[in-house]
Design a protein around this ligand. Sequence first.
Ligand code: FAD
Ligand code: NDP
Ligand code: HEM
Ligand code: FE
Length: 478
Amino acid sequence: MEKTSAYASAFTMNSSEKQETVCIFGTGDFGRSLALKMLQCGYSIVFGSRNPQKSSLLPNGAEVLSYSEAARKSDIIIIAVHREHYGFLTELTEVLKGKILIDISNNLKINQYPESNAEYLAQLVPSAHVVKAFNTISAWALQSGTLDANRQVFICGNDSKAKQRVMDIVRTLGLTPLDKGSLMAANEIENYPLQLFPMWKLPFYLSAFLCVFFFFYCVIRDIIYPYVNGRKDSTFRLAISIPNRIFPIAALTLLALVYLPGVIAAILQLYRGTKYRRFPDWLDHWMLCRKQLGLAALGFASLHVLYTLVIPIRYYVRWTMKNRTITQATAKREDPFSTSTAWLNDSYIALGILGFFLFVLLGITSLPSVSNMVNWREFRFVQSKLGYLTLILCTAHTMVYGGRRFLSPSSLIWYLPSAYIIALIIPCIVLVIKFILILPCIDNTLTRIRQGWERNAKPTLNGERYLKQSSVHMDSEL
Ligand SMILES: Cc1cc2nc3c(=O)[nH]c(=O)nc-3n(C[C@H](O)[C@H](O)[C@H](O)COP(=O)(O)OP(=O)(O)OC[C@H]3O[C@@H](n4cnc5c(N)ncnc54)[C@H](O)[C@@H]3O)c2cc1C
Ligand SMILES: NC(=O)C1=CN([C@@H]2O[C@H](COP(=O)(O)OP(=O)(O)OC[C@H]3O[C@@H](n4cnc5c(N)ncnc54)[C@H](OP(=O)(O)O)[C@@H]3O)[C@@H](O)[C@H]2O)C=CC1
Ligand code: HEM
Ligand SMILES: [Fe+3]
């Protein structure tokens, strides 16, 4: 009886009624910040504390009582205490019966405990309704009011009415609640603030590796070799010339790596003769990182364009041109105009510009506000078809830039080919395999496999088929 009345009273409070009393257990940083914000939004706050007399720095207007006295004052209790100290709550189970307990806690490590903190709280106080919320908002952000990172508050809980009341509070505080379902989602919500750009890890390490590798490669070719050979100091190349080799090479390689997993997946599907088998984990992960790989590539390409724009104002370039003019004038000699050189030069720059334009287009369509405006086919058209066109244009830009020197043995330095030749390896491999894959005979088989046809399909019962489909990797739905 007591339980039902407490339960009923916990849900009868109208959310729009301000002056609702909310209890906060714990007078630490987060408890105080949340209290301040809630007081500003019209709530009455009662703190529960181990030492009500000693508590200091509390916001004006908040009352401080012992844990059990405070709990009696409200139906909603925010547990602003670290999980390790939840023990005292077991002594309060009677007072907490039927109340809504909001678990806001975070851990120090991903999957630190076997069960989530919210589920642990629900086990400690089974008679209460536990709702997970607020853990993704920082105390500092609440206090500063800027909330520049994220206004979303993920919420989960097993009792929908309890969740509704918490969502009302979240909205009143000017934040956006996002219902993530039952308490089973608590683990994911608790891991969320501990993640540091998980999808950016692979692109980041790859970018770092490419930059470091090509940096040393270019230093050997462009700085050490001229020094060893002619005692020439070319260290000034470290500022612009070498970065303007490393960045476009990284851009081209990363762009090719965006499209490589797609062709590997196609080869695997052709080899296996079915799409109903999971890809290996590394391929799965690679596929999921393609957007981030592409954006990293776009970043490097933009740097290349900026570095290229400053070429005419560089002292080294202006000095070289002036010097050549003077040398020619004094020698009364002039270079004949070469139409083929002009063609090669204009062509590679034009290919670069077109490639960069499409690159930017890919980047723009990946913005959520834009991708929400196009349907799946349109997004696919831009990302896949125009993406390949971008790769073709950028590869052609680099090949034509090589021009007559391309693959010429005279450009070898200590048996090392020019850096851009190495940069062309992966893009060329991707493009050649893709070309083979779109040959009608292979493309037809692949399309049939992707529509569900299996080469070695045995007649199966419908039930079995469903089981198989449930573990399909949705590679195309990314
Ligand atoms: C600047 C930039 C931004 C990017 N932004 C995004 C982004 O926002 N989101 C994103 O996902 N990627 C993004 N990418 C990555 C990349 O463009 C996409 O992942 C692209 O879809 C990959 O195309 P794909 O043809 O290699 O691969 P897949 O998508 O694997 O497709 C290969 C081909 O097979 C077909 N196919 C594949 N699987 C199936 C199937 N199960 N059934 C039927 N047909 C199938 C497709 O029609 C397609 O023609 C970005 C890349 C760049 C450079
Ligand atoms: N700080 C932040 O930005 C965020 C914090 N959180 C979560 O909020 C919770 C509180 O964090 P925060 O306020 O920073 O932590 P603090 O250490 O500043 O405060 C914790 C409070 O818990 C109370 N407490 C109860 N029992 C104990 C005990 N045995 N030992 C120590 N303290 C006890 C204390 O209050 P009293 O002395 O009044 O009893 C103490 O002030 C944590 O679970 C944290 O993960 C979540 C998101 C962001
Ligand atoms: C507005 C667009 C672009 C312009 C104007 C442009 C221009 C240039 C120029 C002038 C060079 C020669 C640099 C030098 O002599 O040191 C060059 C080289 C190169 N560009 Fe571009 N480019 C553009 C876009 C791109 C894009 C989008 C990519 C690929 C993703 C790319 C990849 C390369 C590569 C790999 C090289 C060879 C680098 C080297 O080894 O020196 N470029 N580009
Ligand atoms: Fe990743």
